[in-house]
Every structure is written in C-alpha cells, then in structure tokens.
Design a protein around this ligand. Structure first.
Ligand code: HEC
Length: 134
C-alpha cells in the first residue's frame, strides 16, 4: 500500500517536473520568434527556407544536429564552405554578438522546434555562455 502511494507521488512529481520544463521551453520558443524576426529573418527568410545559393535553410537543416556547432555559428559567425542538405554554401554570416545568452538560447529553441525541426534537447543560456568564451 505505502509502496503504491510512494510510486504515485513519484510519478506525479515526475510528471509535474516534466511539464514545467516543457512550458519553460514553450516560453523560450515564443521569445525566440521575436529575436528571429529582428535578427535572422532578413537572410534566412520568414519560413527558414534561406535563399538557394546564398543563405542556407534553417528549416529541416541537417546542420542543426550538432547543437554546440549551431550555438557557435550564432555567437562567433561563420565563413567558408559548408554543406547543408547536400547543397554547398560559401558565404559569410556575421557574429550575432549583440544578442544576450538568453536571446541566443531563445532564438535557437525557436529555430530548432519550428518548420518541421524537432530538437532533442533545449538550448540553455549557460550553454551559450560556455561556447561564447571559446
Ligand atoms: C547577414 C545575413 C545573415 C544573418 C542576419 C544571419 N545569418 Fe545565419 N547564415 C548566413 C550565411 C551566409 C550562412 C552560411 C555561412 C557559410 O557559407 O559559411 C549562415 C549559416 C547559418 C547556420 C548554419 C547553416 C544552416 O543553415 O543550418 C545557422 C544555424 C544560422 N546561420 C543561424 C542563424 C540565426 C539563428 C540567425 C539570427 C540570430 C542568423 N543565422 C542570422 C547569413 C546570415
């Protein structure tokens, strides 16, 4: 009997914890949409499609698999040849160094959970801070 109660408490608190984490992520994604519109959309386009031959897509981008690399692109910029979904790009993305750690986390949570993308884990401001230092 006691075991059953403990198990129920355990499961309920696990559920509450998980759903709290989820609503935090939803808030981050919502803030990230505004960050995206103001800072990324001009190049990567409203639907994340990019522009063939110039700006790579973020929608269903196979580049997004490596979370650390993606954070690095936003805080340090990117230049040189890259391949996204089999297409070669060789342009330059300026570092978005005016964005705070929170804004970078929010915009990446938006990008990685939108247009058919599904992140395996949320980006946190602490992760962004650690990569910014490198
Ligand atoms: C001035 C145009 C410009 C802006 C603004 C810009 N990017 Fe980029 N982005 C690029 C270019 C160009 C590349 C490819 C660089 C290369 O060829 O090496 C790129 C590459 C990327 C990549 C890796 C490749 C891919 O398609 O998955 C990610 C992720 C990315 N950008 C995210 C962002 C985010 C998020 C923002 C806003 C915070 C942003 N970019 C703002 C031009 C831009």
């Amino acid at each position: 009997m006691l075991k059953g109660v403990l198990l129920a408490v355990f499961i309920t608190s696990g559920y509450l914890f998980a759903s709290q984490g989820d609503s935090k992520l939803q808030e981050s994604i919502k803030r990230g949409e505004a960050v995206y519109t103001a800072n990324c959309q001009a190049c990567h386009q409203a639907e994340g499609t990019g522009i063939p031959g110039a700006f790579p897509p973020l929608a269903k981008s196979d580049f997004l698999k490596d979370q650390k690399k993606v954070i690095g692109v936003v805080v340090h910029g990117l230049s040189g040849e890259i391949k996204v979904n089999g297409e070669t790009y060789n342009m330059q993305m300026p570092a978005q160094s005016h964005l705070t750690d929170q804004q970078v986390a929010d915009v990446l949570n938006y990008v990685q959970n939108n247009w058919g993308n599904k992140a395996t884990a949320a980006v946190t401001p602490a992760q962004v801070a650690a990569i910014r230092k490198k």
